[in-house]
Design a protein around this ligand. Structure first.
Ligand code: HEM
Length: 419
């Protein structure tokens, strides 16, 4: 079997150097086989890792794979439908109501309800506010000698945009970020390794549950617009949305629309610092920015991996995959597959916007993709304008210990370098 020549693949336990640049690791596996099997360490199901573009698209587009492992044979069926231990009850209820963990028909119904607020028209209407949020944050860097690009810009920016979209008060954003980060911790590879993120995440889920229930009750009395009001109205009109689903959706959008965009922006800045010629081109031709954003999403995907379960016995690459198996689609690896992209390791802001997998593919394709593209284009444009020395001076980067939501936890930039 292909994997016999390589160590068992796992997304946990990576050292800092490989986290910062996982692509040589993926390449080693992908060159041996498009798919590798990692036998379960205990009595759980085996995991199959899809490395090639073709295998990743197959997993995410085929009905052979889904979100609910409940169809698994006895033994494997004991695995939770959402990746949260049952003892953390509030966290579990919140996460069970995330669109991304649903299968049709529940998924189809909720997606069409939420989709209304993510249409190109709605995003176009938000663009002036997005630009103002970016400008305000960057104005705070005036006169500073050093900035943490993550803390000072890349994190608060998408969070403020999502708060605007939901229609919750902007002054709550600092608190919302703390709770979102605590939740994220539960999903991180470190926590899954036993790093203890779950108790914090449970506490954050309880806080967020209280917060969104209270906000929802207020929307019944005063109509402030925003997605939260839309959901409250849908519920009031006798729609299929339970209060748990309403709260779950708000928390989902808060987390899904936050860390991902933060990572895209921070990694785009790192890529531009490594390629000053591309940065100079974007400065002189801002019309290249939308294409460049697609290239950043391809070259260094903010979400490196997504998980599914085999709903029936099926075949993937060289393997017969039994029903109930865990299957991990490595978006980051697929986006560097030379069978699909010419010179895949090269940043090319002129590359035709081919179908990269940064936003996934299939029924769970990112609901916020249009919004995320607008945020990235506006946010990067504002950074290039506000920080003429973006490519000069020293930087220091520390990656988060997470191989799924992948990106820097800190990115310190010296702002004193002369332009
Ligand atoms: C789904 C990436 C921004 C909301 C996804 C998926 C990916 C992804 C890869 C598919 C997950 C899967 O198949 O399991 C990204 C990236 C972003 C980003 C790279 C930023 C650069 C956003 C934003 C929002 C959002 C701004 C909303 C505010 C969602 C939702 C889903 C999703 C709700 C679930 C869709 C479904 O299950 O039908 N995203 N995302 N994302 N994303 Fe994003």
């Amino acid at each position: 079997m292909p994997s016999a020549t390589l160590p068992r693949f796992d997304l946990r336990g990576w050292d800092a150097r490989d986290i910062a640049d996982p692509y040589p690791v993926y390449r080693r596996y992908r060159e041996v086989s498009p798919v590798h099997r990692s036998p379960a360490p205990a009595d759980g199901p085996d995991t199959y890792y899809a490395f090639s573009y073709e295998a990743v698209v197959r997993v995410l587009s085929s009905r052979d794979y889904g979100r609910d492992p409940g169809t698994a044979p006895p033994g494997a069926a004991a695995t939770a439908p959402v990746p949260v231990p049952a003892v953390y009850r509030t966290l579990r209820t919140v996460v069970e109501n995330w669109l991304v963990f649903m299968d049709p028909p529940r998924h189809t119904e909720l997606r069409s309800l939420l989709g209304a607020e993510f249409s190109p028209g709605v995003v176009t209407g938000l663009r002036p506010r997005i630009a103002a949020i970016a400008r305000d944050l960057l104005a705070r860097l005036d006169g500073r000698r050093e900035a943490d690009l993550v803390e000072d810009f890349a994190a608060p920016f998408p969070l403020l945009v999502v708060s605007e979209l939901l229609g919750v008060p902007a002054e709550d954003h600092g608190w919302l970020r703390e709770q979102a980060l605590a939740l994220q911790e539960a999903g991180s590879t470190r926590s899954r390794q036993g790093g203890g993120g779950y108790p914090r995440a449970e506490a954050a889920a309880a806080e967020l549950d209280r917060y969104f229930r209270r906000e929802a009750r207020q929307r019944l009395e005063d109509d402030r617009g925003g997605l939260l009001t839309l959901l409250v109205r849908a519920r009031d009109a006798g729609g299929p949305l339970s209060m748990d689903a309403l709260v779950g959706s708000c928390v989902h959008l808060l987390t899904a629309g936050h860390e991902t965009t933060t990572n895209l922006l921070a990694k785009a800045v790192l890529a531009l610092r490594a390629h000053p010629e591309a940065l100079a081109e974007l400065r002189s031709s801002p019309a290249l920015l939308p294409g460049a954003v697609e290239e950043f999403l391809r070259l260094d995907a903010p979400v490196q991996a997504v998980t599914r379960w085999a709903c029936r016995d099926t075949r993937l690459g060289p393997y017969e995959v039994p029903r109930g198996s865990r299957v991990v689609a490595l978006l980051g690896s697929a986006n560097r597959d030379p069978e699909r992209f010419a010179r895949p390791d090269v940043l090319d802001v002129h590359r035709p916007a081919d179908r990269h997998l940064g936003f996934g593919v299939g029924i769970h394709y990112c609901l916020g993709a249009t919004l995320a593209r607008a945020e990235a284009e506006i946010g990067l444009g504002a950074l290039l304008d506000a920080l003429p020395g973006l490519d000069r001076g020293r930087h220091r980067v520390e990656y988060a210990d997470d191989m799924v939501f992948h990106g820097p936890a800190r990115l310190l930039l010296d702002l004193t370098a002369p332009p």
